[in-house]
Ligand binder design. Structure first.
Ligand code: NAP
Length: 260
């Protein structure tokens, strides 16, 4: 299936690692141009180099996304570099464990800044360009938005808001034919996941217990499997899909627990 990404330009936040890197590389492999936006210059360059080696087109932009002004600069950089924006992937986030008991009001707000504010800021600044191209926004959420996890109020609140904003923006963007969808992973092996599971007393036992409860093939979702759905949603092959919250999770969130 040709996704018609040739000549199209996409921003991927957190695009150098984990799920974001898989999305950046899939866009490159499908002929699109990608701005890899993350805080670590070396990580960004590594991913950009891999895309260029595959004969794709990519640029790196080093950014701390919690800074609203930096979000504006990322959009300006993309326009200077590639002259258009066809899609925005809001992907960067961190499950930072700011709990109701152990956290604080300041830490809670800090978590929203890391996980939520830049989704709005980038969509806001990219809007005039997406309007021109009738572009697409894909927000990466999390199953935590609907299941809870415990001890992660900031992350859960941000991910819940991302589901709500996906519907809200899909509605507001109808007059401009800009589509907005969300993809929600559950268990994907990435640097973020590795750091999270390392905090358990027995990470190997915890990993085994989680894996056994993933209904489809008792395995983690691959970052590339998330990327395939995201890139489909970015492309005009999904031209009549908007306001959708899609769980790419091997049935983890919704299937009957008695199956595992
Ligand atoms: P990851 O492995 O940590 O990769 C995220 C990338 O984004 C890293 O390069 C990180 O930089 C960067 N980043 C994070 N916050 C940033 C900021 N404020 N400014 C600039 N760069 C920033 O994470 P992942 O597992 O691929 O997760 C990607 C998305 O999927 C997140 O929204 C996450 O909530 C969601 N998700 C993942 C899973 C899973 O199982 N992995 C499950 C549910 C949802 P550093 O490395 O420097 O921090």
């Amino acid at each position: 299936m040709d996704l018609y990404l040739e000549g199209k330009v996409f921003i991927v936040t957190g695009g150098a690692k984990g799920i974001g890197a898989a999305i950046s590389k899939t866009i490159g492999a499908e002929g699109g141009m990608v701005v890899v936006a993350g805080r670590d210059k070396n990580d960004n360059h590594t991913t950009v180099d891999e895309i260029i080696k595959m004969h794709g087109k990519a640029a790196s932009h080093t950014i701390e996304l919690a800074d609203p002004e930096a979000c504006k600069e990322l959009v300006e950089f993309t326009i200077e570099k590639f002259s258009r924006i066809d899609g925005l992937v809001n992907n960067a986030g961190v499950n930072d464990g700011i709990g109701l008991v152990g956290g604080s009001p300041e830490k809670f707000m800090g978590s929203l800044q890391k996980n939520l504010s830049h989704y709005y800021n980038l969509a806001h600044y990219a809007f005039p360009h997406l309007k021109y191209t009738k572009g697409s926004i894909v927000n990466i959420g999390s199953k935590v938005s609907v299941t809870g996890q415990g001890n992660t109020s900031g992350y859960a609140a941000a991910k819940g808001a991302i589901n709500a904003l996906t519907r809200e923006w899909a509605a507001e963007m109808l007059p401009y034919a800009i589509r907005v969808n969300a993809v929600l992973p559950a268990e994907v092996w990435t640097p973020l996941y590795e750091n999270w599971i390392a905090k358990f007393a027995d990470p190997a036992a915890k990993l085994k217990s989680i894996t056994s409860k993933i209904p489809l093939e008792n395995r983690f979702t691959k970052a590339e499997e998330i990327a395939d759905m995201v890139v489909f949603l970015l492309s005009r092959r999904s031209a009549h899909t908007t306001g959708q919250i899609l769980f790419v999770d091997g049935g983890y969130t919704h299937l009957d627990r008695s199956l595992t």
